[in-house]
Ligand binder design. Structure first.
Ligand code: GTP
Ligand code: MG
Length: 672
């Protein structure tokens, strides 16, 4: 029947990691601690236990974690050979060496290897490293990942004279967990149940301070829960570039099954590349069918581990508290595999989870520390606000003097209320903090509060050319399942070696706020096919600079996306009529030029506008305005109700009674 790795690890008193490494050395492919292995394989591991230390000594020393520590038995497939070591099979050519300069980010490594960054990120995840595309990787990690793709790297220093940076002190940190799922499926109840069993009794004075996050201490480790109202916050934060969640727990009510928001939650977590676990809730209810939920999620691509898949499913009830401890245990296990680490000595960095203005205490920001240690007295800057940490409160409302990685704390001392998702940093001093905040205030004012530019089809090609885009992400909404699926398939096929086309969501319905948030967070483009945009979504798309384009013909969508990928999308021209003037009298001047004495009857006429002459119903001329005068003076604009002289460029046969329509033309980038 087989045995799960974590069960075997428990039995042998070993780490999951050790077992996984051992299995790899034996040539057994496993994906995670929840994978099932055959009994014979397990037996082999059981038997070789006493021999392990000897084998360990015989193996070449290799500092990288997760590498096989013991030599493989002769019968098993060998692990990937270390450089210089003769290897038996497979007969691969000697790995070509690539040279990179430090610091090596995920992106630069991907470029060096000639792979999409996504591949690197996925591979890193396999090693438990959750890295963003611009994250710097240490030399060991770079070496291991390159090796995974059969390449060797040498890392040079950008400035050779620079002293070697002291090694980072990476310490384990607690996982940050977010519950996501359909409305009323029990996210809040589950968090409450966990709080009550694990937190409440320790609360100071029994007063619960709601700070949007709390910690749970278990024998095997700590867990930080983000107590946010669903995936809106998750996505809103991600839209600001802050993905703080390490594990998403998808909550599905056993009596209701997978619902629209369950699917949305899945899209969000997947787009964020966050590992997903499933809590099947409300199993106490009469109509509960955890099996049905498994079946539905199987269709959505989640194979439960008990069916030989990778997804951890936990059956729970927030009401009877059945299964809660098991759920917590599984979260800890999943976290163990992710090997979450933070640099405890780094300059402190935290991310705002929520913030508000408190009458007595001023701006209060709940932040989650990401790296380093935030201390009372630190000068801080967060978005356009600065200050000094006046006080820190933990999730129980107790005063603390410092907070390390993965710890949620309330921070007092900022001179304004920052947005969720904003980064809080500790600059060198108070003055520096104020300077940075001031600079940001000016920048933001200059930008008119505009959001950062998002991916658009118009910019796609230049981003591809600059090597900045390797993937076009799309959200597709449409009228019927059949058409959105056809569209999805056709668009994915447009992907080339240079740019992949990935669909974050493909669903039936009008474009809603949730779609816009998903697109904003992921830099995606929204395509509505035979669909409309709801009012709230339109407003949000403007705020978040996400462009939505509606189509009625599949062919047109495909053409536009194809052209965008090839850099052929022409900017659209938008015409705006700004005013109208009536010709009262025509004067001849110089060599056949005519000046029209006009009255502006509507709007305004400006000197740089274009003009259209309308006689009766017909447009008889279109061109530019050569000059605009009030009496003898050239003027820039003439408003309604005022007389003026208009001379059009070129020989135009103006007559009394004609209308001159002034309009502007703007090149509007074609965006989706
Ligand atoms: P939103 O925040 O509105 O999205 O909902 P939610 O997912 O937080 O659900 P909530 O915890 O508010 O629970 C919704 C309802 O389901 C409440 O009436 C709960 O009492 C009930 N409920 C939650 N968990 C369970 C459970 O395990 N068993 C039973 N019988 N009822 C539950
Ligand atoms: Mg709730």
């Amino acid at each position: 029947m087989g045995i799960r790795i974590y069960t075997l690890a428990k039995e042998l008193g070993k780490d999951n990691k050790e077992i996984i490494a051992r299995l790899k050395a034996m040539g057994v492919e496993v994906k995670s601690h929840s994978s099932t292995i055959a009994d014979e394989v397990a037996d082999r591991l059981r038997q070789e236990r006493p021999a392990a230390p000897a084998a360990k000594e015989a193996a070449p020393p290799k500092k990288a974690a997760g590498k096989p520590k013991a030599a493989p038995p002769p019968s098993a497939a060998p692990p990937k050979a270390a450089p210089g070591k003769p290897k038996a099979a497979p007969p691969a050519p000697p790995p070509p060496r690539i040279a990179l300069t430090a610091p090596v980010t995920v992106r630069r490594l991907a470029e060096g290897l000639g792979l999409p960054p996504g591949d690197i990120i996925t591979r890193l995840m396999k090693f438990g490293v959750m890295a963003a595309i611009n994250q710097t990787l240490d030399a060991d990690t770079v070496e291991i990942i390159a090796h995974e793709f059969g390449r060797e790297v040498s890392i040079g220093r950008e400035r050779p004279e620079a002293p070697a940076a002291p090694p980072k002190r990476l310490v384990p940190r607690a996982p940050v967990v977010t519950f996501m799922g359909h409305i009323d499926h029990g996210k809040t109840s589950l968090l409450d149940a966990i709080r009550r069993t694990r937190v409440a009794e320790r609360e100071a004075g029994g007063i619960t301070q709601h700070i949007g996050a709390y910690e749970v201490a278990l024998d095997k480790g700590r867990i930080t829960f983000l107590d946010t109202p669903g995936h809106e916050t998750f996505t809103a934060m991600r839209a600001r570039g802050a993905n703080v969640t390490d594990i998403a727990v998808l909550v599905v009510a056993a009596d209701d099954g997978v619902m629209p928001q369950t699917r949305e939650a899945i899209d969000h977590a997947r787009a964020a590349k966050v590992p997903i676990m499933v809590a099947v809730n409300k199993i106490d209810k009469p109509g509960a069918s955890p099996e049905k939920v498994r079946g539905q999620l199987l269709e959505a691509g989640f194979t439960p581990e008990e069916y030989g898949g990778q997804t951890i499913f936990c059956d729970v009830s927030a009401v009877t508290r059945q299964g809660i401890d098991h759920l917590l245990e599984m979260i800890v296990l999943q976290a163990e595999v992710l090997e979450l680490r933070a640099d405890a000595d780094a300059a402190p960095e935290a991310i705002v989870i929520e913030a508000r203005m408190d009458r007595g205490r001023g701006a209060v920001a709940t932040v989650l520390v990401r790296s380093g240690t935030l201390r009372v007295g630190n000068p801080i800057v967060c978005g356009p606000y600065a200050g000094k940490v006046k006080a820190l409160f933990d999730f129980r409302g107790g005063r603390v003097v410092e907070a390390g990685p993965s710890t949620p704390v309330e921070v007092l001392g900022l001179d304004g209320v920052p947005q969720p998702g904003e980064l809080l940093t500790v600059p060198a001093g108070d003055r520096e903090a104020r300077r940075i905040a001031e600079e940001r205030r000016i920048d933001r004012a200059a930008a008119g509060g505009a959001a950062v530019s998002k991916m658009t089809l118009e910019e796609l090609f230049s981003k591809i050319s600059a090597g900045k885009a390797k993937e076009l992400l799309l959200v597709i909404k449409g009228d019927v399942q059949g058409s959105v699926e056809a569209l999805r398939d056709a668009l994915v096929k447009l992907g080339t070696e240079k740019v992949a086309v990935s669909i974050l969501r493909c669903a039936v319905g009008d474009v809603n706020e949730n779609d816009v948030m998903l697109a904003a967070a992921s830099d995606a483009v929204i395509i509505g096919f035979q669909a409309r945009i709801d009012v709230a979504a339109k407003e949000l798309s403007r705020r978040e600079s996400v462009e939505i384009k509606l189509y009625n013909v599949i062919y047109e969508v495909i053409e536009d996306v194809r052209k965008a990928m090839e850099g052929l999308l022409e900017p659209a021209i938008r015409e705006t009529v700004i005013g109208r003037a009536e010709v009262r009298q025509v004067f001849r001047v110089g060599k056949g030029d005519r000046v029209a004495g006009c009255l502006v009857v509507d709007g305004k006429v400006t000197e740089n506008a274009r003009a259209r002459v309308i006689r009766g119903e017909k447009i008889i001329h279109e061109g530019t305005i050569a000059s605009l005068r009030r009496f003898k003076d050239a003027v820039r604009e003439v408003r309604g109700g005022t007389e003026c002289g208009i001379r059009l460029a070129g020989a135009v046969d103006l007559q009394e009674g004609d209308s001159i329509e002034a309009f502007t033309m703007e090149k509007v980038p074609q965006r989706l």
